[in-house]
Design a protein around this ligand. Structure first.
Ligand SMILES: [Zn+2]
Length: 217
């Protein structure tokens, strides 16, 4: 089942209808239950409530394999930025509650949650944010989650602008081939604190994650 937020709105409705037409099970989420009636007739489950309410959203996401999320536009909201922050945090918290024991290093590699983060970017993003890959998603704060998102998108954008080997670290000596903070540096001293960097396989695919046990908690 795929949960679709804003399912009575311009984009959510199209997402829900398209998924239903392809035979997917859909849970349509919106504020007003009457506006979800057409989707209910088309076979969707419906969940009506406030997208700023973490416990409502957690229930609405529970059991979903994927979720289409958005901040439903409210042009009367004032100040608008605060409204965006409140709904964005509620969505992030609800998604974390659905599977709170999952490891953040594993969740970051899930292309259904964050697109584009591969093995190198995962280790580098977590190092730059000071977060251990072995921390449970439920123990990551909303502020840390926002920072992870910003850091990953900055690194990915740099990668697109500069083709070639992934470079997240610029060594003082420009001739050096050192290009990362922690990835591929197992046993070598952390660039910030000197503690030896550790590497281990993680998740079903057992792909290597590298981290500094001192800088990352
Ligand atoms: Zn360190």
């Amino acid at each position: 089942m795929i949960a679709v937020m804003g399912a009575s709105g311009n984009t959510g409705r199209v997402v829900a209808e398209t998924l239903l037409a392809r035979g997917e099970k859909v849970r349509a989420i919106a504020r007003h239950v009457d506006r979800l009636a057409p989707l209910a007739r088309a076979g969707a489950e419906v969940a009506a409530g406030d997208a700023g309410d973490v416990s409502f959203l957690t229930r609405a996401f529970t059991g979903a394999e994927a979720a289409y999320t958005l901040i439903p536009p409210d042009l009367k909201a004032s100040p608008f930025r605060a409204y965006q922050d409140r709904l964005g945090e509620a969505t992030a918290r609800a998604l974390a509650h659905v599977d709170p024991a999952r490891l953040i290093g594993d969740a970051l590699m899930d292309q259904r949650i964050v697109a584009g983060v591969g093995n190198v970017y995962r280790s580098e993003t977590l190092f730059l944010c000071g977060i251990s890959p072995w921390r449970a998603v439920g123990a990551v704060t909303a502020g840390e989650a926002a920072r992870l998102g910003r850091t990953a998108s900055r690194l990915l954008a740099d990668g697109v602008r500069h083709p070639g080997p992934i470079t997240t670290y610029r060594p003082p000596d420009p001739r050096s081939r050192e290009r990362t903070w922690v990835y591929g540096r197992a046993g070598r001293p952390c660039r910030r604190c000197g503690t030896p960097v550790v590497s281990r396989g993680m998740g079903d695919a057992n792909r290597t994650v590298s981290w500094c046990p001192t800088c990352q908690r």
